[in-house]
Structure formats: C-alpha cells, structure tokens
Design a protein around this ligand. Structure first.
Ligand code: NG6
Ligand code: CA
Length: 514
C-alpha cells in the first residue's frame, strides 16, 4: 500500500501554527497569502543570487536575502507542461501519457474533475488566480475544439482558479492572444480567431514562405504563422485587434497580477489570496520591452532576465505598499532549466560571453542531467522564515502538500498522490528535505537521494544539436555523486552495483516497470 503522506503530515502539523492561523478578531486574516512566481526557462545560474555576474537581478536577490534560497530544489520535469502539471496537481506527470509539451490548441491537460492546489486553496477560503503563462491546454473533447470566439471552457476556473489572465500556451505558439476568464481580450466579433496545428490558412503569409516579413528569424522550427513580425509554431488567422505585442506581455501580465493583489487585498476582503504568477520570461521568442533592451551585454536573453526581475520587483513593491509583505509567503522558482538557442536567432548564442545559464550543472532544458530540473527556488515569509540557504532536497510536486499543511485544508481521497508534506523544510525549520526526489525528461526518469543520483537507462539521443544540450540519455545505468561531482562527469555505476540496484528499485517502485 502506498503511504498516505498527506494524512501523516497533517497529523504532524504544529498545533501552535494553527492556533496562530485561526485566532480571530482582526480584519486581516491570520492565514498568509501565497504567491508562486514561476519563471519560464530560467536556469540554476541565471540569477545573481545564484551566482550570475553578467546579469543583475536585485529584486530576486532581495527576495532571496529575506528568505531561504534552496540549492537542491527540483521541478518535476525538464519541460514546461509536465512541470506545471506536477506542481499544480501533486501527481507526477509520467503517471499519464498526455502531459508532454502541449500544443496551443490542446485540450485541458488537467481534467476538470481533478483536484488541484488551486482547488485546495479555494476550499480553504482563499481568493485564487492564475496570471501569465498557462500551457496546460484549454477546453475539452480533443484538439482545436475550443470556442476561441466565445467562452473557452473548461479552463483554469474549473480547476480552482477563480480569476485567470493567461496565454493559452507559450509565446512561440498560436493563438497569440491573452485570455481573461475564458474570453479572448480585445477580440472584435467581426474578425474571429481561427487556429490550426494541421494546415495553414489560405492566403496567410508564413515564416517559411515570407521570411522578409520577419523581425526575428527562426533557427529551427517556428516557421508558421507570423504575428508581430515573429513566426510561430501553429497557424492562425484573424483576431487582429486581440493579437498580443510580445514586447508588452511582461507589462500586461505584471499589471494584472498587481491588480489582482490590490483587488483581493485581505484587509478589505477578509480572505487571504493565492496567486500563481507564471511569467513568460525568459521563454522564446525573447522580446524585452524597449526599456530593457541593452540592460545586459547578452542581448534579449539577458535583457529578459532583467525584465523578469522587474516583474518580481513589482510584486514585492505591491506587497510593501499595501502592507502585506509580512503576511505573504512568496515562492519563486522556474519550470525547467535553461536553453540558449531554443529556435530563434536572437543573439543568445553569439552574445552569451562567460555567462553560465546552468551554473555548474550539466545539460539544460529537456535534459535528465541536473540542469534540466534543478532550479532556483526561494521561499520568503518575513518574520516566520529565517533567512538563509538550505541544501535540503525539495520538489515542486510538494506545493500541494505544503499548502495543505499550511492551511489545514485536507485533500480529498486520491488527490495529489505524489505530494509530500514538506512545510518544515520549505519554511526552513528543518534541513531534512525529501527522502528522495524523482524527476523526468522526455524518455527517462531519475532519482536523487542524498548525495546520489541514478538515471534510468534509455534509448534517446544523447545530444540535441538544435539546442546544443546533452540530454543525459544512455543505454547503461548512470550513477553520480552530486556532492563531489555536481557536474555529473564520472559515472560510478560500475563501481557501485549495489547502490545502483537499490536506487533503481526505489525509482521503479515510484515510476513502475518498463
Ligand atoms: C519545443 C520548441 C521550443 C519550446 C519548447 C517548449 C521547436 C523547434 N522547439 O518543441 O521552442 O517551445 O518546445 O518549451 O518547436 S516549454 O518551456 O514550454 O516546455
Ligand atoms: Ca519552460
């Protein structure tokens, strides 16, 4: 039988903590607000609080200095959709075969019947919102079955997010529009949006047929619909008044995140809030607002890191201005590791200089090596969390369990089967961390326990030349000592067969046999 971690942890939750949460008599609820700031493709070495010098991220650094900076924190997966799926549902994405990188016209990956961390927060009495990148599908009943020009449903609302202001997928995928509470923003009913991932619309210029219309050229893929001078993955037509301007996306989602905080100020509503803020930065196409152009010497990739940091600063400034900083937990992380050339000629390669997006880690986005999933992870709760650095093993799949423990809100039977209650670790009260962390890339999984990491043999390509990333696939077992060999250079599997067996068995117990 699988242990019920949630139950165990809930019974362990400190009564003192709860006494604090539920004591009343003040207008402002005692339970803390929670903001998850989730960056896109920011790597372990991309922020100055994690050692970057070619880019300065003062707002994120401030958050880290006032909170705990984790050095062994992992996303569930090395790409966006599965990482987000795991974090929001508390279920490993490999448990289903349809959690891979979603098309822009994909149906909801999280089914409307599923109970998510947003459902949990809503049931706990929180105002809830998602603002920014979604990339978890919309609608139901198959691909391209959305009512793009009407009410796009099911969507975030059906899985616990009362308010949503999102991009359906990513900036490089159609439809290139923002969707507020299920409706495309700024849509002219006389100019409906049409989307296809199957075939182009007649008469519409494409990146591959009309490169002269492009202000940024693809390096691989991304040669379909042209919007704002940038060619994308997928086709679309119409919706001219609703098309986003890439350079304004950070501003537009940051403003909506700030407005959500203002409108849901617990001092006014009497309810705490839960905000999941997924930035588009620093995913491709990297198109910083003109005021950030030249903020670094690294071109758009570096400038987008500064833009991301600006968004973080706006959130922190809002909390300060409204007097909410003290009673708000801010969690900051990223969905997967870094990639330099992810499909556009945007100078990321030519102007990288000495910057190391993955810091000392091997691999990158898409990879089962550390850089794919080991990421910046910061938790700040002024007065409650003692600032510092923690080496404890942390997984984003535990957001659900941690929130359950924090709010005292139990989960229904069967929800979030893979989450653990790690509140004490996330709040820096314990250095214990997870007994083990399981991660995945396309085609394989790995387990990290203590100093050791075991990667399951797989047949995938070892190297992806398009993105210049070592994928970590190998047909033989791989075992690395992350304490002495954080760069995963020396495969110790042959020297340590017993440990390989043990970790392989543990991993198989979680993932299942192949
Ligand atoms: C890849 C895209 C890449 C990016 C990625 C998803 C091509 C050639 N590459 O297939 O640009 O969109 O998918 O990124 O199409 S993620 O961060 O959303 O997972
Ligand atoms: Ca991503």
């Amino acid at each position: 039988m699988k242990p019920n971690y949630l139950k165990t942890a809930l019974t362990l939750t400190s009564p003192i903590l709860f006494a604090g949460f539920f004591s009343c008599g003040e207008a402002e609820p005692e339970r803390p607000n929670v903001i998850v700031i989730y960056a896109d493709d920011i790597g372990y070495g991309d922020l100055s609080c994690y050692g970057a010098t070619a880019v300065k991220t003062p707002h994120t650094d401030r958050l880290a200095a006032e909170g705990i900076r984790f050095t062994s924190a992992y996303a569930c997966a090395a790409t966006c959709t599965p990482s987000r799926y795991g974090m929001l549902t508390g279920q490993y994405p490999f448990r289903r075969n349809d959690t891979g990188v979603a098309r822009g016209d994909a149906p909801m990956v999280i089914r409307k019947e599923q109970y998510t961390v947003a459902s949990l927060m809503q049931d706990a009495g929180y105002s809830t919102a998602v603002v920014g990148k979604w990339h978890l599908g919309l609608g139901e009943g198959g691909f391209n079955n959305q009512d793009w020009n009407g009410h796009i449903t099911p969507g975030p609302r059906e899985i616990g997010f009362e308010y949503s202001y999102i991009m359906a997928a990513t900036g490089d995928r159609t439809p290139c529009v923002l969707i507020e509470n299920g409706r495309i923003v700024g849509l002219d009913p006389n100019d409906p949006v049409e989307v296809s991932y199957e075939q182009p619309f007649e008469g519409e210029p494409l990146g591959r047929t009309h490169p002269e219309l492009l202000k940024m050229h693809p390096s691989h893929g991304h040669d379909m619909a042209i919007v704002n001078g940038i060619s994308r993955i997928g086709y679309m037509r119409g919706g001219k008044s609703a098309l986003w301007v890439d350079e304004d996306i950070a501003d537009s989602i940051t403003v909506k995140a700030v407005q959500f905080i203002e409108k849901n100020n617990p001092k006014v509503t009497g309810k705490p809030f839960f905000l999941y803020f997924g930035t588009h930065d620093i995913h491709v196409p990297r198109t910083p607002h003109p005021r950030f152009v030249g903020a670094t010497d690294m071109g758009p990739r570096g400038d987008c890191i500064v833009q991301f940091d600006w968004s973080v600063g706006q959130i922190l400034e809002t909390l300060d201005r409204l007097g909410l900083a003290k009673n708000t937990i801010v969690i900051l992380s990223s969905d997967n590791g870094p990639v330099v050339d992810d499909g556009y000629h945007d100078e990321a390669v030519t102007r990288l200089g000495n910057h190391k997006p993955a810091g000392p880690l091997r691999g990158g986005k898409y990879s089962i090596f550390e850089a794919g999933t080991r990421l910046p992870f910061v938790v700040r709760w002024p007065g409650k969390v003692k600032p510092g650095v923690s080496e404890a093993a942390v997984s984003q799949v535990d957001l659900f369990g941690v929130m359950s423990q924090l709010t005292g809100q139990p989960a229904p039977e069967g929800a979030a089967p893979d989450t653990h209650n790690e509140l004490d670790t996330w709040l820096g009260k314990s250095e214990a961390g997870r007994e083990f962390v399981v991660i995945q890339s396309t085609g394989t999984q790995a387990i990290i326990r203590g100093d050791w990491k075991y990667i399951r043999p797989s047949r995938g390509a070892r190297y992806n030349a398009h993105v210049n990333i070592e994928m970590g696939h190998d047909t033989i077992p791989q075992l690395y000592n992350l304490r002495t060999d954080i760069g995963e250079r020396v495969n110790m599997a042959a020297e340590q067969p017993a440990l390989v067996d043990e970790l392989a068995g543990k991993l198989e117990a979680v993932v299942g046999k192949r």
